[in-house]
Design a protein around this ligand. Sequence first.
Ligand code: ATP
Length: 300
Amino acid sequence: MTVLELEGIQKSYGRVQALKGVSLSIPQGSIYGVLGPNGSGKTTLLSIVLNVLSADAGHYRWFAGNERAHPRKDIGSLLETPNFYHYLSATNNLRITHSISGRGSEAGIEKALRRVNLYERRNSRFSTYSLGMKQRLAIAGSLLGDPKVLVLDEPSNGLDPNGIAEIRSLMKQLNADGHTIIMASHLLDEVEKVCTHVAILKTGSLITEGPVEDVLSDEDVVEIAADDMEALQSLWAGQDRFPQLQQLQLQDGSLQLHFAKGAADTMAINRFCWENQQVLKYLALKKKKLETRFFELTQE
Ligand code: ATP
């Protein structure tokens, strides 16, 4: 099941082609990260699917095949930080959000505040909130009416490490509660830690998309270490037991064994070392980091 499908979306601002024909589909239940450097078109893309901007070409469809879904009611969004009143409490600010948007109910305000862990502080003035709490209140606003899907533009932008951690755990919690989350981010680390799926944009073009695991790793790297690193290296340099081994590299005090994606058998590696008198003191399977992959992808 998908919640959103895009096909060939194009958008220009005068001579700037912000989106050059983007197609993707967002699975229900995912935390879908739209990742790209500044100016790659993320905000434009989210604005189009939220009907804030219109596309020049292409089309998109929410909840294809689910006739009972109502896009306006079932999508909560946070494109820009809302202007909350500094002297009002969280509850009163959300009452205003509710009366302007017509979403949710009085009881829904309390529920939303609980969901973002602000219920205990619901009567404190907005001005006394930390940046992370302010952002959580903004997310509470987008939760009014209990939408199935949340669309968030750079939800942890401008926050300190504590605030970032709060927002990340909130994303995961909301997802576990059944919300599909679509979020733009320019932070690899965030996408890697929070998202289940990712689409990488570069100057308006989609470079790749899919489950984070698939996009970020194109090889398995097994790091091993023993007391005698020279002996370990020569054992592996001379072996023919693992024909899938593509490359050997001594790095930062460990030996890195590069295999094709999915081809590393850590138990067999461990057993092979043991049977050849090499007792491993360290063994770890690493996927190629998204950082390297993202850099490669946006440079190509
Ligand atoms: P950022 O992370 O910096 O917000 P982004 O990936 O969200 O970037 P967009 O804001 O969608 O990217 O911008 C995509 C391109 O379109 C950029 O080159 C930007 O300068 C341009 N652009 C965006 N909005 C406008 C506008 N209203 N008028 C003219 N050009 C625009």
